[in-house]
Write a protein that binds this ligand. Structure first.
Ligand code: GLC
Length: 746
């Protein structure tokens, strides 16, 4: 280990670099290791084999600072060797990857983890993901995705924490802690790269990549808080978003990058663009050419470009020669990138122990942790007459029906790459092993697996989709499923969207159940056999009929590698579900966007009847979720009736498990500012705690409201304010919490 300080080593390297080599350090290339070339004639224009050859040639001349999409330890060692030994400066590669919800062991999708309302679960999952990724030579993840999303037509809602900035901020900070740990050089952690800075979730019409126009108030009160929380948690990297924010591309948005992120929040790390986004400043009709694009991004404060072959940063030497960007700005950017490499210990050793990585990747404790995480995420939306839990001792036959009942790949969700699909526990597997040989468990697919061809290069990987055999006959399979339902004691129905129908480039304009799923649900229910519906979905798919006709409905999101085991434990009551909705579950797409934290109108009495053709209320509200018991809230106490603008308020409440089953409960605290210098939401979450309470027992839960929880960004004064006002406060098990208190801020 060198005795020189990081700064000394960085300065020494910088002093030796040419402008071309500096541009190289600021360029990250897709490598697409292990991906096949697309079939001729497809619309995919990326040819992985060409990319790999180009990147290797660039690495030998100091033209590459970083790569992404390599997921093999030996391959990464080879690339590092080629780079370190191939070029005079021997600067190793910084290796990035989308480790969004696990690397080989796949954890539930982030929106599912948000539904746990337990940040510790997010932190633990990302800590394991970091350990697996780092073991094979990945140093940096493009995560957490912290975009607040209030339009579920937008497929990337599944990657974040939903609609609420308070929940989003807690989940963002927890994930940064999980990824980065306490020692980046120790070889078990990775740089966290919160994305997409900023407000990507507000894409027009929920259409991925479309423009974003947000008010200052929305930007500061809704979309920025999770990013600020990530900075406070110590994030070492940020990724800028693809699109324009109020007409200024996020990639070259000085206000966001320099004024807010660096100057106001004190961010000291480095920024990377999203894919090809510096080059695409030209495509966005913002920059004239590569030199102008490079200058615009660098002058705004961006550091690295995530590039394809047509890299925008190839214009850096010309931009410097034209005095469009100063060499000092270039040097600062290179410093930040080299400092990140030094912090990770890469300047001393960029190689990994391939044998050790196999042990880390196959640690059974990781799959147990994935199951425990998944068990916390399920949201029991309806449970009429205690239809759940199922009593295995009193069942002779169970029918598992639906296209996702025996489906391993889709259970993992999108942004899953290095998995071994055979390690996935399907729902059918989970139920069979839970109930044992004494209960007959049979499967019927019922309807076809819709095959959505995803427009990305990854669709070319056959591991990424489940295809029906050529002779699949839906009429026959549909009839088989109904016949099986008729002769079974209970049906576990698994419906929803496949993993390619949500996530990036997966916006959807309607929310009906895909294909003939609803028809199948109705036909199975018509047999009279009890039906439990499991929804594999990150969107509020249309449950209007089901909510009237199906006794139990549970949203399981995309639960990951151990999903089937987690679902079985929940179905049979080994654990009680306690997840809560981090999004508003609308009745129809026409209601979008719909949020719980809306402003009151001048006619508050009919706010739930804004449409003449259907109720204006959602089907299920933010924070909703049932368990296998009930909870009562009492003894709400505030330690002050009035406080100054700098005081904090202590809030206590007693929560009692009044049922006969132990369960977790998510205690939620909401505030409402009655008047002030701007209109504020009718309710805003400013506290939540998940805790386990045994049947019949009570627990005291405490919250602290500081001036920070009570402040908001005011469009009139263009800054943060704490008003002198009166607040209502509610505490309960959802955003409809009823136990009420009030206090005054003088
Ligand atoms: C994608 C996404 C971004 C991801 C990057 C690398 O297009 O927008 O979230 O990290 O490219 O895969």
């Amino acid at each position: 280990m060198s005795s020189k300080t990081i700064s000394d080593r960085v300065e020494a390297l910088l002093a030796e670099m040419t402008i071309e080599e500096k541009a190289g350090q600021l360029t990250q290339y897709f490598y697409f290791g292990g991906l096949p070339d697309p079939e001729p004639g497809t619309e995919i224009h990326v040819v992985p084999s060409k990319m790999r050859a180009y990147v290797e040639a660039q690495a030998k001349i100091g033209g590459v600072g970083s790569v992404l999409f390599v997921r093999d330890a030996a391959e990464l060692n080879r690339l590092q060797k080629l780079t370190v030994e191939g070029h005079r400066l021997g600067i190793p590669l910084l290796v990035g990857y989308d480790v969004i919800h696990g690397f080989k062991t796949i954890f539930p999708m982030p929106l599912a983890v948000a539904a746990s309302f337990e940040p510790a679960i997010a932190e633990r999952g990302q800590s394991i993901a970091a350990k697996e990724a780092r073991s094979i030579g990945i140093h940096w993840t493009f995560a957490p995705m912290v975009d607040i999303a209030r339009d579920p037509r937008w497929g990337r809602i599944i990657e974040g924490a939903g609609e609420d900035p308070y929940l989003g901020a807690a989940m963002a900070a927890a994930q940064v802690r999980g990824f980065q740990g306490s020692d980046l050089a120790a070889g078990e952690n990775v740089l966290a790269g919160p994305k997409h800075f900023a407000a990507y979730g507000a894409s027009l019409g929920g259409r991925d990549y479309d423009e974003v126009n947000v008010s200052d108030s929305e930007l500061h009160n809704v979309y920025l808080p999770p990013f600020e929380a990530a900075v406070k948690a110590g994030a070492e990297n940020f990724m800028t978003a693809y699109m324009g924010v109020n007409g200024i591309p996020a990639t070259a948005n000085k206000y966001l990058i320099t004024d807010v992120l660096r100057n106001e929040w004190g961010f000291k790390g480095f920024l990377v663009s999203d894919a090809n986004a510096v080059f695409n400043l030209i495509t966005h009709k913002f920059a004239k050419d590569k030199a102008a694009a490079s200058a615009a991004a660098l002058n705004a404060g961006l550091d690295m470009e995530m590039a394809m072959i047509e890299s925008g940063y190839a214009g850096i030497p010309e931009a410097v020669a034209n005095n469009e960007v100063s060499i000092e700005i270039i040097d600062d950017a290179v410093r930040r990138v080299l400092t990140a490499k030094a912090k990770l210990g890469l300047l001393d050793n960029p190689y990994v122990d391939v044998e050790r990585s196999q042990k880390v990747l196959n640690d059974p404790a990781h799959r147990i942790a994935a199951r425990e995480s998944a068990e916390k995420t399920f949201v029991l939306l309806k449970n009429e007459k205690n239809a759940l839990p199922l009593d295995a001792a009193n069942l002779k036959s169970i029918a598992v029906i639906g296209p996702f009942g025996d489906n391993k790949r889709d259970l993992l969700g999108p942004w899953s790459f290095a998995f071994d699909v055979n390690e996935t526990i399907s729902i059918l597997d989970g139920i069979k092993s839970r109930v044992g040989a004494g209960v007959k468990v049979e499967y019927a697919q019922g309807v076809a697996h819709e095959r959505r061809i995803h427009p990305s290069i990854f669709d070319g990987d056959p591991n990424n989709h489940v295809n029906d055999p050529a002779d699949f006959n839906e009429e026959v399979e549909f009839a088989k499923a109904v016949a099986l339902a008729k002769i079974s004691d209970v049906v576990v129905m698994v419906l929803g969207e496949q993993q390619a129908q949500i996530g990036e480039q997966a916006a959807r304009s309607t929310f009906e159940l895909p294909g003939r799923q609803l028809e199948l649900l109705k036909a199975v229910a018509a047999t009279g056999t009890k039906v439990v519906l499991l929804m594999q979905s990150g969107r509020p798919l249309d449950l209007n009929w089901a909510s009237e006709n199906i006794p139990a409905i549970m949203n399981i999101w995309y639960p990951g590698t151990s999903g089937g085991a987690a679902i079985a434990n929940t179905l049979f009551g080994d654990i009680s579900p306690a997840g809560r909705l981090p999004i508003t579950w609308v009745r129809s797409v026409g209601q979008v966007p719909m949020i719980y934290s809306r402003h009151v109108s001048h006619e508050p009495h009919n706010s739930d009847n804004r449409y003449w053709n259907e109720p204006g209320s959602p089907l299920y509200i933010f924070g909703h979720g049932l368990s296998y018991t009930n909870f009562a809230y009492s003894d709400l106490s505030l330690d002050k009736k009035a406080l100054s603008k700098t005081d904090s308020l202590n809030v206590d409440v007693v929560v009692t498990n009044t049922g006969n089953r132990d369960s977790d409960e998510v205690v939620q605290l909401y505030i409402h500012q009655r008047y002030g210098t701007a209109i504020r939401p009718i309710r805003e979450m400013k506290g939540f705690k998940r805790l386990h309470i045994k049947a019949g027992e009570s627990a005291n839960v405490s919250f602290v409201l500081t001036p920070r929880e009570l402040r908001y960004w005011n469009a009139a004064v263009k800054g943060w304010v704490n008003d002198s006002t009166h607040f209502d406060i509610w505490v309960g098990g959802s955003s409809a919490a009823e136990l009420h208190g009030e206090f005054e801020v003088k």
